[in-house]
Design a protein around this ligand. Structure first.
Ligand SMILES: *Cc1c(COP(=O)(O)O)cnc(C)c1O
Length: 356
């Protein structure tokens, strides 16, 4: 680091993204990307004409994409904002709604970026422990007197809350913002979007990175009451009005015209996930009932660190955290059926060489 670094960054542990090796030698099950490419309609939408238009700035409000999203979800255009990935929209939400008097809380085990943003912006936050079985203690959030952010399904556990549980949190916190991060909702949980009309304190966030096979495009959106969206826009126009580039907006529009393709791929991933769950259980693995495109699993005979290293040496990348409560667990992205076959073969090979 330089001698010029600010105090703010000096004391911050930055978010550590999963590895992105460039040699493609690995079976990559470490960052919850889709194993499937975007549909042909998205590929053909990025054509020479759109590339030539790169000389122009993109639409700052993304109105064509927002019109489409509004129709898709049955909400008004003033209920939506688009962002350069959920990570950017999350940052906007932290800055727009939290300060020294408006604290924020989230589970102790959840998406690693939440505490990083709270630290970066020097916002007071509380981490509420998950229960022993990694479920969220819903009543812990009743009338908590803080803004709340919950990933549903949660990451890296994959466990989903029911809509009536989310509603009970919304009801008991009418004076605080409740942000539901639905990055994985399309793999089997219920979306809170229908609750937007009833609760003016709810923000629902979606990303194209996971279920829409476009992690590389960096596109996400938040849906909320018009007033909350106005606040997020005030933040966006104070930071980067052209936050979503032209090609990404074009791809995002085309993706919505190809929803049947995505529905089919999502079904396939769910099927592969459930199949992998039962085959890993047969090998003695213990796991949560993940409703996401990943598994959260451990084996009583091998530590998480050893299992991670043994998989890596066999060319399979997964995610492991050296963190209290979850250091024996791995988060394994659900890939294609073939990739999961290779994973399970590697697991049984590793276990056959493990003597307790
Ligand atoms: C992947 C992920 C994100 C980030 O999504 P991007 O749109 O790629 O920035 C946000 N929240 C959760 C819970 C995630 O797992």
């Amino acid at each position: 680091m330089s001698r010029f670094l600010s105090q703010r960054l000096l004391s911050l542990d930055a978010y550590v993204p999963g590895e992105q090796p460039t040699d493609m030698e690995f079976i990559k099950l470490n960052t919850n990307e889709s194993p499937y490419p975007p549909p042909p309609g998205v590929v053909s939408a990025i054509n020479a004409e759109e590339i030539e238009k790169l000389r122009l700035y993109p639409s700052p409000d993304g109105n064509i994409l927002i019109d489409k999203l509004a129709k898709f979800y049955g909400v008004n255009t003033d209920n939506i904002i688009i962002g350069n990935g959920s990570d950017e929209l999350l940052a906007f939400a932290f800055l727009a709604f939290c300060d020294k008097t408006r604290h924020i809380c989230f589970p102790d085990i959840t998406y690693g970026f939440y505490p990083v943003y709270a630290e970066l912006y020097d916002l007071p936050y509380e981490q509420i422990p998950l229960k022993e079985d990694f479920t969220i203690g819903v009543s812990d959030y009743f009338g908590v007197g803080k803004n709340i952010i919950i990933a549903n399904p949660n990451a890296p556990t994959g466990i989903a809350l029911k809509l009536i549980e989310i509603e009970s949190i919304l009801k008991t916190n009418p004076d605080h913002v409740v942000l539901i991060d639905e990055a994985y909702v399309d793999f089997g949980a219920d979306s809170a979007i229908p609750l937007i009309k009833k609760y003016d304190n709810l923000i629902v966030m979606h990303t194209y990175s996971k279920a829409r096979s476009m992690a590389g495009a960096r596109l996400a959106y938040a849906i909320a009451s018009a007033a909350l969206i106005e606040d997020l826009n005030r933040m966006k126009y104070s930071f980067n009005p052209y936050n979503v580039n032209r090609l990404t907006q074009v791809a995002g529009i085309a993706a919505l015209d190809n929803d049947d393709y995505y529905k089919e791929k999502q079904r396939e991933i769910i099927e592969t996930r459930e199949d992998a769950k039962s085959r890993l259980r047969d090998l003695g693995f213990i796991m949560t009932d993940s409703m996401a495109n990943f598994l959260f699993t451990m084996h009583p005979d091998v530590s998480g660190a050893d299992l991670y290293a043994a998989l890596r040496s066999r060319g399979i990348l997964v995610r492991h955290w050296n963190k209290a409560r979850i250091s024996d667990y791995l988060r394994i992205t659900v890939g294609t059926k073939e990739q999961m076959d290779l994973l399970i073969a590697a697991m049984s090979d590793i276990l056959s060489q493990t003597h307790k």
